[in-house]
Design a protein around this ligand. Structure first.
Ligand SMILES: [Zn+2]
Ligand SMILES: [Zn+2]
Length: 412
């Protein structure tokens, strides 16, 4: 039987695992119960398993050709074949679920609203499918079960703890799937070469003045008008300094200063999210935004503390790996179920840290429930977002097939 049929055969188990995880969502880097479920799902498979220290990650290594049991000689000499990494993130969000599903979250205020519960089930399914083909596997597969995608840079922590060297050699390629509760019908794959998701960072600015009486601003140093100028000047910066085809988004989402009408405060503070789609634009916006707020403060005789807080880099899909992955998906699932992604998405992903070091591809997988309109269905992160279980077998099969095909291909 092919991977697709085998995946359908284990679909009920994948649904069960996914719903178990959905019922008990966990946030951040420490997901002990989710980690336990992953370890149970992998039990009995011929995997080298290690768990994280700084986070509750699970790294599982499957060595093909019986290489693990035979000291790496099964493929002849030292040739163990290439390594492919498959990643699934595990964490939930601080969202109060309103789906009304019978397997809805039992933890108040926490929900798998980004579908990472499906990623865990699909990746565990792929481990099962590939383990059954271990003897014929011309290389090694690393399964990266990752906590803390939602703002905690879990991928960066796992890289620091050695996930990219877990097999003893660097992966030749890395792939991640991400489900979507809207935008695409269930089972449709979408990806694009080049930038796939934005870089996202926080720009934190505090303008320092000198407080005083609101009736005598000339005896004080008022930080508020200068901070307001910065907010509008940042929008001008976006339109005057950046290529319209390599755009930048700056949104000031928080602005705080003062206590009452007739007191000039010492400080004014604002926070902005800054999104960009190329490493060049990311570097440029960092430099020019800091120079701009510094210049405005200086022009008014004020000082400013401004910094870009560590965010996620642009998720850049490798050209050849993305072409390869799209072809594998089309062969496996049908040409009509693979659609090109025209523009990058404005969301961000910490799989970007993996793709900075390993060529690979990030693919979206539609999981909009049948009967719902992908154009209007509640999107990822919404309290009523529903991700359809029917895509689990296809997702597991695609993870497995990507590894199988990529290990067999000398070049993608
Ligand atoms: Zn998310
Ligand atoms: Zn996500």
């Amino acid at each position: 039987m092919g991977v697709r049929d085998d995946a359908e055969a284990i679909a009920p188990e994948l649904v069960r695992l996914r719903r178990d995880i959905h019922r008990e969502p966990e946030i951040g880097l420490h997901l002990p119960s989710t980690q336990g479920k992953v370890l149970t799902a992998l039990e009995g498979l011929p995997l080298e398993i290690s768990v994280g220290t700084a986070l509750s990650s699970v790294t599982a290594v499957l060595r093909g050709g019986g290489a693990g049991a035979l000291g790496g000689d099964a493929l002849g000499g030292d040739a163990k074949g290439p390594v492919v990494l498959l990643r699934g993130d595990m964490d939930a969000l601080p969202v109060a679920e309103r789906t009304g599903l019978d397997y809805a979250s039992q933890t108040e205020g926490v929900m798998h609203a980004c579908g990472h519960d499906l990623h865990v089930a699909m990746l565990a399914g792929a481990a099962r499918l590939l383990a059954a083909r271990q003897r014929d596997l011309p290389g090694t597969v690393v399964f990266m079960f990752q906590p803390g995608e939602e703002g905690h840079a879990g991928a960066r922590h796992m890289i620091a703890e050695g996930v990219l060297d877990a097999a003893g050699q660097r992966p030749a390629a890395a792939y991640a799937l991400h489900v979507a509760s809207a935008d695409w019908p269930a089972g449709v794959i979408s990806t694009r070469p080049g930038p796939m998701l934005a870089a996202a960072e926080v720009l934190a600015v505090t303008v320092h003045g000198h407080g005083g009486h609101g009736s005598e601003p000339y005896h004080a140093a008022d930080p508020i008008p200068a901070a307001c100028e910065m907010v509008t000047a940042l929008q001008t910066l976006v339109t005057r300094k950046f290529d319209v085809f390599d755009p930048v988004v700056i949104t000031v989402g928080s602005f705080h200063a003062g206590t009452t009408d007739n007191v000039i405060p010492d400080d004014a503070t604002f926070l902005a999210t800054v999104r960009s789609f190329s490493p060049g634009a990311r570097d440029q916006v960092r430099e020019s935004a800091l120079a701009l707020v510094g210049g405005i403060a200086g022009g008014h005789g004020l000082t400013v503390s401004a910094e870009f807080r560590d965010g996620y880099p642009v998720t850049v899909n490798d050209e050849a790996e993305t072409r390869f992955a799209a072809r594998v998906a089309a062969d496996l699932l049908g040409e009509e179920r693979c659609v090109p992604q025209l523009n990058p998405m404005t969301g961000a992903e910490d799989f970007s840290f993996v793709l900075e070091q390993v060529p690979g591809a990030f693919l979206m997988l539609g999981a909009c429930p049948p009967g719902a309109d992908p154009a209007t269905a509640p999107n990822n992160h919404a309290p009523d977002a529903v991700f359809d279980d029917s895509v689990l077998a296809a997702g597991a099969a695609l993870y497995a097939e990507l590894a199988l095909q990529r290990l067999a291909a000398a070049v993608p």
